[in-house]
Write a new protein. Structure first.
Length: 485
């Protein structure tokens, strides 16, 4: 059996000049460029070999779990995508399917393989995907072999459970997916996101133009630290780095902010930070609510110093040689320009996050303390059982328009104080159990700045001059989306 093969990843993306004018050139030239890749051999792909596992549940890529030794697991995922299952049934047999499938050509098929050395230099935990060609007669993948035959796929580690911990993760105790981390975060106050680590990872995403970073795109390594369990992010599925979409009349129109603003093209300048981070809004809101402007700026400067010219050049050379010849210089130049502008991008990102901040308790009893310190600053602190400080941040009136507090379970206390001329609106959602709100604050040049939402009975409200009582019958205001359901 040959060790390597000269292949084309997606010859069906080849198109003529007229088609490209309307639907974009994208990365068609890379999908149709012959490259030499190693042939997948389950016995030698990783030390100890691999065995086929379950077929994955992805909606676009065909994927399979491969089982290694000592409980280690790996993901095998095709580079090409089939959006058939993502479309409504009524559209699956129409021209829309072909148009959406063709949009896969906007993905750089080899972009994910550039990321590991960049993440390593940035100080972000990472997978290390590798490309393979799967023979047209491959049979070692079991009953699902036919789904992979003749295709190009990436193989990368699956970081789920203790058996998949690696030395690069240091003192990590376990590996969890986002659903599990979110669930336990809202059950117990000692479980917290490592927000600075996540902010660093998100700035790396922005620098790479990776717009598809929703909560399902992360694993988390847990660390015991100062009586807390901190969860540090491990990004996965780097399919969308270096995305190129708006180079045709139709995709240019589709990618307008008022249509599908998240489809951001990777360019030397940052197109739209708002669009670039749109898909990650859910996890960003929950895992970045304590990071300050100063911390974002410091992280951006740190990344600038870590992501050197030498690091970028070495990463680009992980592209297959014919691909590097066509795109290496252009991608490198764009990364250099985006690195120079990273502090400004970080500040734009921070401004989006800071406008409306949600601070959430747990199913334990908490005490929320809001102090309107001055016209320009408001401090929020959250104390758990035994006065354990689980959250603290000072907000600036010029940056934050709304702070929303959720008490969740058990009995919570909300204390507000301070006498100021101007201040930030605070919305309070008490939760299903008995709660107490004591508002001694006063914002003089405003009608109301504290809004309390809860059931009318079973709670205690001591209003002040800035309080608006929004309690009522019914429990719908107790709902909080913990896991993105």
């Amino acid at each position: 059996m040959a060790d390597s093969a000269r292949i084309v990843a997606g010859r069906h993306y080849r198109a003529n000049a007229v088609y490209n004018l309307f639907f974009g050139r994208h990365y068609r030239h890379l999908w149709t460029t012959p490259v030499t890749l190693p042939v997948l051999n389950l016995q030698t792909a990783v030390p100890g070999g691999l065995q086929p596992g379950k077929l994955g549940g992805g909606f676009q890529s065909t994927s399979m779990t491969l089982l290694g030794t000592n409980g280690r697991e790996y993901a095998l995922r095709t580079l090409d995508k089939d959006p058939y299952k993502t479309l409504p049934r009524v559209l699956r047999s129409t021209f829309v399917l072909n148009l959406v499938r063709d949009a896969t050509s906007a993905i750089n098929p080899y972009g994910a393989f550039v990321v590991p050395p960049l993440a390593e230099a940035a100080g972000v935990l990472h997978t290390t995907p590798r490309p393979f060609y799967i023979r047209a007669d491959e049979a070692d993948l079991g009953e699902n072999s036919a789904k992979f035959q003749g295709k190009v796929a990436l193989l990368e580690e699956k970081f789920e459970g203790k058996s998949n911990l690696i030395p690069a993760f240091g003192a990590a105790q376990d590996l969890e997916d986002s659903d599990d981390v979110l669930r336990i975060r809202y059950q117990n106050p000692i479980h917290q996101f490592d927000q600075l680590a996540f902010a660093r990872a998100r700035l790396l995403d922005i620098w790479l133009g990776d717009w598809d970073r929703h909560e399902g795109q992360w694993q988390w390594a847990s660390y015991e630290q100062q009586n807390r369990t901190l969860y540090r992010p491990i990004p996965k599925d780097r399919d969308q780095v270096f995305y190129r979409f708006d180079d045709g009349l139709v995709p240019w129109l589709v990618s307008r902010p008022f249509i599908v603003g998240k489809l951001r093209t990777f360019k030397p300048q940052y197109e739209s930070i708002n669009g670039l981070v749109k898909n990650a809004h859910f996890i960003d809101e929950r895992a970045l609510n304590e990071v300050t402007r100063t911390q974002f700026h410091k992280l951006a400067l740190e990344l600038q110093s870590r992501l050197t010219d030498e690091v970028i050049d070495a990463a680009m050379h992980r592209l297959p040689a014919p691909v590097y010849a066509q795109e290496g210089a252009r991608l490198s130049a764009a990364l250099h320009a985006r690195r120079a502008a990273l502090p400004a991008a970080a500040q734009a990102y921070y401004k989006l996050l800071a406008s409306h901040v949600t601070v959430v308790g747990t199913d334990e009893s908490e005490r929320f303390v809001v102090q309107r310190l001055t016209d320009s600053t408001t401090q929020v602190q959250v104390y758990g059982p035994k006065e354990f400080l689980m959250y603290t941040r000072t907000f600036r009136t010029a940056e934050t328009k709304l702070i929303t507090l959720y008490g969740l379970g058990e009995e919570d206390v909300f204390e507000l104080s301070g006498d100021v001329t101007h201040g930030i609106r605070v919305n309070i959602f008490g939760g299903p159990n008995r709660d107490e709100v004591i508002d001694k604050s006063h914002v003089r040049h405003s009608r109301k700045k504290t809004f309390y939402y809860d059931t009318r009975s079973g709670n205690t409200l001591e209003p002040g001059p800035s309080t608006r009582d929004r309690t009522r019958k019914g429990v719908e205001m107790h709902a909080y989306d913990r896991e993105g359901d």
